[in-house]
Each structure stands twice: as structure tokens, then as C-alpha cells.
Design a protein around this ligand. Sequence first.
Ligand SMILES: Cc1cc2nc3c(=O)[nH]c(=O)nc-3n(C[C@H](O)[C@H](O)[C@H](O)COP(=O)(O)OP(=O)(O)OC[C@H]3O[C@@H](n4cnc5c(N)ncnc54)[C@H](O)[C@@H]3O)c2cc1C
Length: 562
Amino acid sequence: MTAPDTGLAAHEGEPVTIFGPDFPFPYDDWLKHPAGLGHIPNDCHGREVAIIGAGMAGVVAAYELMKLGFKPVVYESRRIGGRLHSEPFKGAEGVIAELGGMRFPKSSTGFYHYLDRCSLATQPFPNPLAAATPSTVIDLEGKSIYIEDQDQLTPLLKEVGAAWHEALESEANFRAMQSAIRDRDVAAIKQIWNELIPTWDDQTFYGFVANSAAFKKHTFRHLETFGQVGFGTGGWDTDFPNSMLEILRVVYTNCDEDQHFVVGGVEQVPRGLWKDQPNDLVHWPAGTSLNKLHSGAPRPGAAKLDRCGGNKVRVTDSWGDQREFEAVLVTCQSWLLTTKIDCDETLFSQKLWMALDRTRYMQSAKTFVMVDRPFWKDKDPDTGRDVMSMTLTDRLTRGTYLFDLGSDKPGVICLSYSWMSDALKMLPLPVERRVQLALDALQKIYPKVDIKSHIIGDPLTVSWEDDPNFLGAFKGALPGHYRYNRRMFCHFMQSDMPVAQKGMFIAGDDVGWIPGWVEGAVQTSLNAVWGIVNHFGGGTFSNNPGPGDRFDELAPLELFDP
Ligand SMILES: Cc1cc2nc3c(=O)[nH]c(=O)nc-3n(C[C@H](O)[C@H](O)[C@H](O)COP(=O)(O)OP(=O)(O)OC[C@H]3O[C@@H](n4cnc5c(N)ncnc54)[C@H](O)[C@@H]3O)c2cc1C
């Protein structure tokens, strides 16, 4: 184990990234170091490693393991990309709806490493009040306000924003933490975060806000308005029951700031990696790609996992084909290990099973339509304002987003993006009813605009909880879940595990600390790569240590967990 050669000075004045706070390892530096992620013994070249799931976590792991000389064998029950799902509108070229992840904060430096590898372009996401958003309408309790710049916020909205910042500063040392993250000052991050963990693991987001001195000096109306308008990306009362630790991670690491969308669809990232032919391959001939190693498509979904002779794990696919592996990485949502895959209980400790099963997923629904043109930029002759705007409302649509692909091209409207109880209201409804309900709600906000006259093609919708391959959109940890998060995140460190549990790895955004953000899928996937390399007797280069090499120094705080 060698200390990293990346000095603090190199990061001074750099932007906030998703660096910690729980495990402040520089995944981005590890990835871009010319030495590469590590090496495996020559007799492991070509050895097969099973990967369950071809979402971002599965594809990243497969890609890096292939580069190191392994032969990844990827199983996928639905489609490459998983929750990075860019669904094309039928009949149009290049017009898509982002059914899963759609806005990617620049602080996701691991994710952007792979996006850049695929040479994809991004543009600022049209969030509420963002510079890229021509106008925003906030419609609450039947009254709408139209905003082109922050100065037009009402006194109530300004007070709510100020109270949120004040609460973060006084209760959670916000500026000091952001400055420590910027400086990659591990000691300072640990000092602040380790003090906050025991307090805020017990508290909901709602409890944090409602009990803060900053909100207590205001009225319930301020709290309620904050719940409707939220911070950064809107609609945050749906997260009120979540552990406050989860919210703090999001704001500390700027997940809610400077977000971009991927031109042409984010699914191009995992699909691009799948087809990519990296030139820094060990063992494999030039021109090798995951696609070629798999004859064009992943293997079918995994139906069963059990231990077989010689400490191997057997994967049985949905057609009954069986293969044996020395290492298996599971990247699907953890509930699927009890609902979709017949998983031998002895593969994980009972403590880990408790964490995997207690993981709590949030629901999410989205409904999109394609329209003939970005008509919302037309001006209302009476007011001179845009006829329609990015809209946040307490009505059932909650968030409506407008995607302008160019004045001469069709536009896309995400009529409604909702979570939790708002998403459950949509669950049993067919797409036509969802569109109608959204149009009815928007009609009340924009009585002069006939949105439906602009709709072309068929609408698209999704409820992630309705799909047996996911059972929910993403984890939303509850108070008391810190220990479960820690058990799952640290599972890649296997040296002290009983032999019967070694060789099984887990990754994905629900294994990470910031669920609902793809960077967690990337970071946990890289942890698993380190763990698998180690499992086969390989290691990292002394000038580029990996997450496991620095684990003792960076490990997340351990709370008493008898
Ligand atoms: C509605 C929504 C909005 C989001 N918004 C954002 C955002 O704006 N920004 C952001 O950064 N992130 C966002 N995310 C999160 C982001 O999409 C995820 O973090 C990321 O895509 C998760 O990747 P993963 O590989 O961990 O999991 P997944 O993408 O779920 O991959 C797991 C794969 O396993 C497959 N699978 C399931 N069962 C089996 C089986 N038995 N055998 C084989 N394969 C199986 C699944 O089909 C899936 O393809 C959003 C997610 C959702 C759902």
C-alpha cells in the first residue's frame, strides 16, 4: 500500500465534486492515471467473471475488467443501460424521452470520464430558475408567478431560499464542508462528517428543516412552500421522510447544481462503452470490445445463484444454462436478490441480507409527449411573456420540463416527473389517462395554451416500481439506515470474510451513498473492480492506489453495530 501521489495543491480552487463525504477516495484521479487501475496474474488472463446487470455499474465493471485481461460475462434481463433509458419517440428521428436518469451534475466526475470516452456532447439541463431555462412558473395554491431571473422571486420564496441556506450552514457546517471537498482535505471532511452522522442518521429531512432555527422563525407556509419548490431541482417534500444524511450528501457534493443532459440520450454512455474498443487492453487483441466478447448481446437474465465445488459460484440463466465463476458481481437492485433471483442465502452474511432487504426504494413516474415545435417560446401578445414555462406546481404534475431541440425540430415535454405518493397516483393508469390528467392540470395554469394541438406521435410513460427488473426508481435511505448503507458499501473489502462468502460482489447506485445519482453506480462499480482484482491475487500500481488500498485511511465511520 502506497500513499497517493496526488497532492492537495493539485485540487486547490477546483470545483466541488462527489468526493466523499463518507468515503473520500478520488475515483476520478484513479481512473485518469496513466498507470491504469491495476494488474492481474498472467494465469488469470481470459478468466471469466460474471456480471449480473448491464446498467451503468455492470457495464463500467465489465469494461474495466476486460481492459485488465479478464473475460466479463454479462447477464441482462431487460436492456443494456438499465435505468439510463433513452426511449425514442416512434416515427421521429433522434427524439427521445429520458425515462430514467436525465440530468447529470458536473460534480459526477467518474460518470463524465466515461461520457467523454464515448465523445458525447452535453447541454445545460432546463431546470427551474437555471440560466439555461428561459422562464419558470411556480404555481402554488392556485396562484402562478412567472420568473425570468431570480430578482423576480417573491419575498416568500426569497425567505424560503435564505432559510434553507441558513439551516444548512448552522446545522451542517455547509461552507466548511464544501471547501474541504474542493480542497480534497480528507481530515477536514472526516472531522465535520463524522460528527454529523450519529445525529442526522436518526432524523428525517422534514425533522431537519422543521426543527431548524432558520425555519422556526418563519411560518408553516414557509416550510410547506419549501416542500413544494425544494432546492436545486424542485419537488422535495417527497423526500421529507428520507434520512437527512442522504440530503446532506446531495447538497454538499453539488448533485443539485450545474446539471447537464446528454444530447441524443444518456443511454449512449453504457451502449458506447459496450461497443468501445479500448487501445489500452491487456491480453485481448486490438479491436476487442464487450460487444465482440458477447457475440453481440449480453447473456439472458440470471435466475439462480448458488455455491458449487471449489468455491465457485454457479449462475443459472433464465433458460437454465449454467456456468461456474470464481467471482460474480451483482449490480441489479438488491431486492431482486429475493424476488427475481433464487439466491443461495449462504452467499452473503445475515447482516448483509438485513441491509439488502431493508433497502428502501422510492417510486417515480414520468410522462412525456413530443410536440411539433418548441411553441412555449412564443410570446403572449398581452404580457410579452413566454406562453409556457418550466413549471413547478403543487398540482399532480409537480415538475414539467421543456426540451428545445431547435426551432425547426420537434420539441419534447416531460409533462410530469413525480416521486413517491405523487408517482403512486399514476401507477395503475394507462398512458392516455396520465397525459390527460397532466394536460388538465397544466390547462389550469396556462388557460390560453392548447398544448394538445401541438402533440405529435405517441406519448411515453414509465413507473419504475411497476417493472420486475427494478421494483423502484432508486434507493431513498430512511433514518437509521446508515449502518445498512455502510455494510453494503464496504462489502468489496473481503479479506476478513468467511470463504463461503468470498467472490460475491455487489455494486450499483443502491450500494452507494448517493442513490438516485449515477455517480454512485460508477463509484461502487470501481470498488468492485478493485475487489475482484484482489480476489484473483492481482493488485494496483504503487503510484495509483485503489479504493481498497486506502480503505483503512478513508473508511466510513463505523457506528456501534453489535
Ligand atoms: C426516474 C429516475 C431518474 C433518475 N435521475 C437521475 C439523474 O437525473 N441523474 C443521475 O445521475 N441519476 C439519475 N438516476 C439514477 C441513475 O439512473 C442510476 O443511478 C443508474 O442508472 C443506476 O445504474 P445501476 O447499474 O446501478 O443500476 P441499473 O441501471 O438498474 O442496472 C441494473 C440492471 O440489472 C438488470 N437486471 C435486473 N434483474 C436482473 C437479472 N435477474 N439478471 C440480469 N440482469 C438483471 C436490470 O434490467 C438493469 O439493466 C435516475 C433514476 C431514475 C429511475
